[in-house]
Design a protein around this ligand. Structure first.
Ligand SMILES: Cc1cc2nc3c(=O)[nH]c(=O)nc-3n(C[C@H](O)[C@H](O)[C@H](O)COP(=O)(O)OP(=O)(O)OC[C@H]3O[C@@H](n4cnc5c(N)ncnc54)[C@H](O)[C@@H]3O)c2cc1C
Length: 162
């Protein structure tokens, strides 16, 4: 089952997937906290190499999401971009054109300093398009989470033809 509604098309072209990863800027990270879901919106950086997607997050050094990930590293991510509302002659013909990406993965709280600096570089590159360098001491005040996606899909809902 691919979840397509007929209005949507699956995106498999890598350049289109990269466009979603570059433009979305915010990822919604779903976690499982005991017996209840927990979702946190976050900025991210990424790499996509040989079809393998890795998402990097940064944040405070304590908090609920870190506690949850330590207990259960399984996560689900969602991001979207290119949102374009459109209208119609009746209510049900109104809608939204979008591109989106969803995937499952495993989160790791990164401890290695070089890996933390890499995460920060990738995050700043994705968020700003610029290259930044980080000193070791900068990594002590943030936590870095690395999500290795085991599977992901991307979709586009185009504007209606007329
Ligand atoms: C667009 C956007 C981008 C963000 N980017 C980042 C980022 O890159 N890095 C980062 O660390 N954080 C980011 N945040 C904030 C993030 O969503 C969390 O608030 C933050 O990471 C703290 O998460 P925590 O699990 O440690 O919560 P805690 O600080 O432990 O919070 C405990 C409780 O506070 C409430 N709470 C926490 N966060 C929020 C919230 N955002 N809105 C309402 N209630 C909340 C919840 O009930 C939660 O259970 C972003 C938020 C937004 C909206």
């Amino acid at each position: 089952m691919n979840g397509l509604t007929g209005r949507e098309k699956m995106i498999t072209d890598e350049q289109e997937i990269i466009r979603i990863l570059d433009e979305s800027k915010i990822v919604h990270v779903g976690m499982v906290d005991g017996d209840e879901p927990y979702v946190v919106p976050m900025n991210y950086g990424y790499t996509l190499e040989d079809g393998k997607l890795t998402v990097w997050l940064h944040g405070a050094i304590r908090g609920r999401k870190l506690d949850v990930i330590r207990k259960n590293p399984k996560v689900f991510i969602e991001m979207e971009c290119a949102l374009q509302p459109f209208d119609g002659d009746i209510a049900c013909r109104y809608g939204l054109s979008y591109s989106s990406l969803m995937g499952r993965g495993t989160a790791e709280i990164v401890e290695d300093v070089e890996q933390k600096k890499l995460g920060l570089k990738l995050l700043m590159k994705t968020q700003t398009g610029k290259d930044f360098e980080f000193e070791d001491k900068m990594t002590t005040i943030v936590s870095i989470i690395k999500i290795e996606c085991t599977q992901f899909t991307a979709k586009h809902r185009p504007l209606p033809k007329n």
